[in-house]
Design a protein around this ligand. Structure first.
Ligand SMILES: [Zn+2]
Length: 230
């Protein structure tokens, strides 16, 4: 499923310097109960010496700074290279609301990877937690969103894995299985393929290579069951 990214750009807390993002930093707001909308109001309401590109809560995604412009979220080194996304916190422990935040967060990161970073492989260098940024460049002491994730049995590695899965899903990637020879075809499809080779209906390259996809074998098995191949 897709979500909407609502653009509500803030007027304060923007250096207005160009960003060519190489990755994304995942944060959490550490403000229980604060929604994306209330974060927008806060950061649009005065100089906070901080900002982020988007806020994600259990209801919506609000983008507060253009993807091509730096935000102040993780220290100068990371800010020059990374987008910063803040995940909101429910007011109390609330697994259902957390799941909504998580789902929107995973979707937004996958969307940003494909559409803004133009990357389809998540690594520990291009999707970092604020904690990992702090440990790498020592320009901030924040350790989010580790404890927030842990409260709901999640980890940053788990987040990376889910973002990768979502990217694959968005790309419509399914591993295409190819059977090169008759011997490669599984038991369930081999008799039909053997029959078609015997009749000369499947010729392959003449050297024993048939190179059929799993989908093709499935279709032939179905047609055989329907009596079409006799
Ligand atoms: Zn942070």
């Amino acid at each position: 499923m897709n979500y909407e990214i609502k653009q509500q750009f803030i007027t304060y807390n923007r250096p207005k310097t160009t960003l060519l993002p190489v990755g994304i930093v995942v944060h959490e707001t550490a403000t229980p109960g604060a929604t994306a909308q209330s974060e927008y109001i806060y950061f649009n309401g005065g100089n906070r010496k901080a900002s982020a590109h988007a806020f994600v809560d259990w209801m919506e995604i609000i983008q507060t700074i253009p993807w091509t412009e730096q935000a102040w979220h993780a220290g100068p080194t990371a800010n020059e290279k990374y987008l910063g996304i803040e995940l909101c916190r429910p007011s109390t422990h609330d697994p259902a609301k957390f799941q909504e935040v998580w789902n929107r967060g995973v979707w937004l990161f996958a969307w940003l990877f494909l559409n803004i970073l133009k990357k389809d492989r998540v690594t520990r260098d291009n999707l970092m937690s604020h904690a990992e940024v702090s440990a790498k460049w020592h320009e901030s002491d924040h350790a989010d969103p580790v404890s927030y994730f842990a409260e709901y049995g999640k980890t940053v590695d788990g987040f990376r894995a889910e973002v990768q899965r979502k990217i694959n899903e968005m790309k419509g990637e399914t591993e295409m299985v190819i059977y090169k020879t008759l011997e490669d075809v599984p038991e369930w499809g081999r008799p039909v393929i053997q029959k078609l080779i015997g009749r000369g209906s499947i010729k392959g390259d003449g050297q024993g290579n048939i190179t059929l996809s799993e989908d093709a074998v499935k279709i032939l098995v179905i047609l055989d069951r329907e009596g079409v191949l006799k």
